[in-house]
Design a protein around this ligand. Sequence first.
Ligand code: ADP
Length: 422
Amino acid sequence: MSSFSIRSSTIRLGIFISTLVIAIIIFFQLAWLRKVYRYEEKEFDHSIVKVIRGLYEDLDVTAYSTTPLSELIEKPRAHLYLARISLPVNTDTLSSYLQYELEDFDIFTRCQFALYQAAGKQYVFSFNPGSATPKNAGSFPVFNRPYDYIALYFPNRRQYILSQMNFWIITSAVLLFILLLFGGSLFYFYRQKFLQEAQRDLIHNFAHEFKTPVSVISLAADVLKDESILAKPAKLATYAGIVQYQANYLNQQVEKLLEFAYAESRKLQLQKEAVDMHQLIRTAVDNLAPGITKKNASLIFKLDAPQHIIQADKDYLLIVITNLLDNAVKYAREPQIIISTAVTHTKFLLLVKDNGIGIERSEFKKIFKKFYRVQQGETYVAKGFGLGLPFIKKIMAAHGGKIKVDSWPGTGSVFQIELPLN
Ligand code: ADP
């Protein structure tokens, strides 16, 4: 049992580290894909600049032969290039030349182009290959410039660049899929392991829980079998009492397990009725009387709630209160328990405060998980299955209520339940 918390923290650490590693790999993979995209974009730009340079050299369309290319080519949009010209150009030659050059540079994406004349501030020719009306480039954007230019427009530039990256995108997707599969199986494996361990611990606890009462009963039976006891009625009564106490205890434990198993398999069906919470608290205390006496626990009642009759399931609420009180007795050396009630305008509150070993803040959430038990010192000595609080939580949720805990290790804990008044 004591290795349980180490095991579960190892499990958590394992899941945490693998999640972190997977997240880092995914992050780098995405950053890398982005880099490849930027690289492909640059390659595309270079190829277009080369095409335009060929245009200048072979078609003789500019008189600015000494001007650097960077001043002649402008890129007002990601997919649009303006190449400054100063000499008349034959549009048919331009069309076939551009198509030839683009293919030569392996740019197999649609290119629309247009000739802009500064004098008329408009396009005097446009060409849209592949369209029904190739001589009409449609909504080709006009950029007013004081010089003539050829506009090259690549409407599918992004798709084209992405298609160039197909190999990397597919390998990344495969890697991502493998990582997710790996993460999923890791989680599944840890879950299976956790359940397997929980099951083993339950059996261990079960045996532990039942061994002592059974041997006590067996010892008492031995004494009772001895005929000489008939002459000592006081002793007879004591031993009969021991048998009864242990049998009751065993019965309670079995009921606890059965209730939990039953509640686990289905949604809680509440049988609501008017329940007097103060009365129910007394019933719970009576049920626990043997344990309270045995540990010499002192109970202080501050049942101040002016309204203490609520609509709820009596049997389930009795389990809630009994479990809270049982824990308060169980986890303290010399239990001093304060049971108080109060109401707010919508809720009924019950607080069980003890002076027990307390619970670390980091355990607050975990103690409401099935089979979880804080593994340290005395907790290990106190018997249990780690099923009480999860069951209480379930019962409270079914009632539209809540359970809260606050605790100070070494000083004590307070458990508070809240139930709707209506
Ligand atoms: P069990 O008591 O059978 O182990 P519970 O579900 O009732 O199971 O409680 C879960 C765990 O929460 C306990 O094992 C114990 O570590 C801690 N706990 C519950 N109540 C108290 C309390 N009053 N004081 C200290 N620890 C507590």
